[in-house]
Design a protein around this ligand. Structure first.
Ligand code: ACO
Length: 379
């Protein structure tokens, strides 16, 4: 047995480990605060658009009117997918999981547009602008319809809805989706952003970081939850069923989708804004069901796990808002990607500006001193 020097304790989930400094966002889990570069999330949700926030994350300040106009032009110029990317999307089976489509489309975009080498603002704009086009083009194709070309005169949120449906969306739906995009554009070192920064730390290109981040976002413990929230609401069916259904699920040791968070130990400030939006947007019966499920889940989680501090996370009311806006359930997580790509790309630029290869250690717990036997003698 080899002698080993004493090792630090293993921190499997990296809770509380600080591996970067960032100017982009601060998540205060104790007080339920989220800040993007100095601005409270509720202020941004009320008074800024997704384009404002993307600019803030990329440039470190909110844009002036002329800076915003310039960004809008650059975003609009990057919305259209090159033919090579559309051809790849067309070659996918219509049953492909939309997150896999987004991952494939983003990767194809990087290859076709030659997003390579040092990461730039231009790369960030190209990826962010094209994400909704990838998702909407695939949605149209799987419905047997032709993709709809993006419109330069619409906002990021309005154009996304337009490309999905073929008609310009109402002001209310546009505002709701835009608010969702503002709320979810960045969130400290969450799993997908960390993934993006790890990849950036190897000096790989920005598209590689973003493609890796999409993979991390897909999982139900991160961005994959909202579709499952809707599945849960559908399975519960009525407000009257909530108590029995949730109690049974918790007795089976199942996780309730849309609850719990690694950092927030109180209410997620994004859930608060989204709940209000859902109240304005969703049908009365749906809102009654969702709020009863929320109240019952919080009460039972507190009763059955009193030592845990489990609250509603962003995904619970995101699901309700995206449902009300008319997005198909399996586009919820890709839509989350359409927003978070602004944060990922900003983090890649930040990582690049003060880079150190991110390379943690593991503790080897396998066997030692084995010898390779010839193939015929192995058992
Ligand atoms: N339902 C039931 N119990 C829960 C839940 C939940 N949603 N969340 C946490 N718990 C319980 C766990 O069972 C565990 O209890 P135990 O130790 O008695 O077995 C305890 O609380 C701690 O849970 P962990 O999963 O270890 O806590 P972690 O910090 O890793 O969890 C996570 C965070 C992964 C988000 C978790 O709360 C979860 O799985 N939630 C459901 C999925 C979800 O909503 N994902 C979206 C997250 S938001 C986002 O990423 C954008």
């Amino acid at each position: 047995m080899a002698t080993q020097s004493p090792k630090p304790p293993i921190n499997k989930g990296l809770e509380g480990l600080v591996v970067a400094d960032t100017q982009l966002s601060e998540v205060d889990g104790e007080h339920g605060r989220l800040i993007y570069h100095g601005y409270e999330i509720a202020d941004l949700a009320q008074n800024a658009t997704f384009e404002d926030v993307a600019y803030l994350l990329w440039m470190g300040q909110l844009p002036t009117a002329s800076e915003l106009q310039d960004l809008n032009k650059r975003m609009a110029a990057n919305r259209l997918l090159p033919d090579g990317v559309l051809d790849i999307l067309k070659s996918l089976p219509t049953s492909t999981v939309p997150m896999d489509v987004l991952r494939t489309g983003a990767s194809a975009l990087g290859a076709v547009k030659k997003i390579d080498g040092k990461a730039t603002l231009e790369d960030a704009i190209a990826l962010t602008a094209a994400f909704p086009t990838i998702v909407a083009a695939f949605q149209r194709m799987r419905e047997g319809k032709a993709p709809i070309a993006p419109r330069a005169d619409l906002s990021h949120a309005a154009n996304y809805l337009y490309m999905l449906t073929g008609s310009a969306p109402s002001e209310q739906k546009t505002r709701a989706l835009d608010t969702y995009l503002v709320l979810t554009a960045d969130h400290g070192l969450n799993a997908s952003t960390f993934t993006a920064r790890v990849i950036a730390s190897t000096e790989a290109d920005m598209c590689s970081s973003v493609v890796g981040a999409i993979g991390a976002l897909k999982g139900p413990l991160h961005g994959g939850a909202p579709q499952l929230v809707l599945d849960m609401l559908k399975a519960i069916g009525t407000a009257e069923n909530a108590e029995t259904w949730i109690r049974n699920a918790l007795n089976r040791h199942e996780k309730l989708m849309g609850f719990g968070h690694r950092v927030y130990k109180t209410e997620d400030p994004r859930a608060r804004v989204l709940r209000k939006l859902a109240d304005q947007l969703t049908e009365v019966e749906f809102f009654k069901l969702a709020s009863t499920v929320e109240d019952t889940a919080l009460r039972l989680l507190h009763e059955l796990k009193p030592e845990r501090r489990i609250y509603t996370n962003v995904e619970f009311w995101s699901a309700a808002v995206m449902h009300a806006v008319g997005l198909p359930d399996d586009l919820f997580t890709p839509t989350f990607g359409c927003s978070r790509v602004a944060g990922w790309t900003a983090h890649v630029l930040e990582q690049q500006s003060d880079n150190r290869l991110i390379r943690p250690a593991s503790e080897y717990v396998g066997p030692w001193n084995l010898k390779v036997a010839p193939i015929g003698q192995r058992t």
